[in-house]
Design a protein around this ligand. Structure first.
Ligand SMILES: [Fe+2]
Length: 267
């Protein structure tokens, strides 16, 4: 893979000791740097928001990757990202003919955040589909959505909770042709074997990012991987709580099924 070192001007501009520039298989130019000069002054948002960054990185990005296999070989095999999740999505959402095989969206991570990078099987003139920024509270997200609506921002998807990283977010369009996903409450700890998980055609539990049952039904009809209906889990039988007499006051934990039956009904 050909890589170029940064020029002295570029290093000064980015305030780093060194950098390498190279292209991914879709032609996106990436820069890898080291020796960043740190600015320890705290950043203050004019709205008082605090953002979830630090060890979790700046958030996540969704980029187009028309060649799924080449992109996975590059990001997982060369750069060392881990596959955390795959979503089987309706092909027409990615500009492919309906009725064909599902389009696979890959979610990869490099820190405890569920994913820092997602690969969408499509092309995009902007070269980027979405950048996610995570705020600390749901109030921050709600207020940001209100500000976007008040100032004529184009909301591409209203609030919803994502099926895989559990992020509650909305999408707003930018003048650059990609979306900002503004969210909160994203999943941080993940299962080690999460890469084997496959979600079927539904990216959100509710809200404007939900695709709807029509896609899931069709996925089942076409036999997409992961489309089998899950068996409902058997509920554990619960013992009926032991009851007290009318005027008795119980001590906390003095009754029930925790091996303290003898105390039940004590005053
Ligand atoms: Fe996202």
């Amino acid at each position: 893979m050909p890589a170029k070192a940064g020029t002295p001007e570029e290093l000064a501009q980015r305030r780093v000791a060194g950098l390498l520039r190279f292209d991914d298989p879709s032609g996106h130019t990436l820069e890898s740097f080291w020796g960043a000069s740190l600015d320890n002054r705290p950043a203050f948002s004019p709205y008082g928001n605090r953002f979830v960054t630090g060890d979790l990185g700046m958030g996540h990005v969704v980029i187009p990757a028309a060649d799924d296999q080449a992109a996975m070989e590059f990001y997982a095999g060369v750069l060392g990202f881990r596959l955390r999740d795959t979503m089987a999505m309706p092909p027409e959402l990615f500009g492919r003919p309906p009725g064909g095989p599902p389009a696979m969206m890959r979610f990869l991570g490099c820190n405890p955040r569920h994913h820092s990078l997602a690969l969408a099987p499509m092309t995009s003139p902007a070269g980027c589909i979405r950048v996610m920024i995570e705020a600390e509270t749901l109030d921050d997200v709600g207020r940001a959505m209100d500000r976007c609506a008040r100032r004529g921002g184009k909301i591409s998807a209203s609030l919803g909770r994502h099926a895989n990283d559990r992020m509650v977010s909305f999408y707003v369009q930018t003048p650059g042709g990609f979306d900002i996903e503004y969210g909160t409450d994203g999943l941080v700890r993940h299962r080690r074997a999460a890469g084997r998980r496959l979600h079927l055609g539904e990216q959100a539990d509710h809200g404007g990012q939900r695709l709807g049952p029509r896609f899931r039904r069709r996925g089942r009809a076409l036999g997409w991987p992961g489309s089998r209906r899950r068996k409902p889990r058997r509920r554990a039988r619960r013992r009926a709580p032991r009851r007290h007499g009318g005027n008795e006051r119980s001590r906390r934990g003095a009754c029930g099924d925790r091996g303290t039956r003898g105390q039940c009904g004590e005053l």
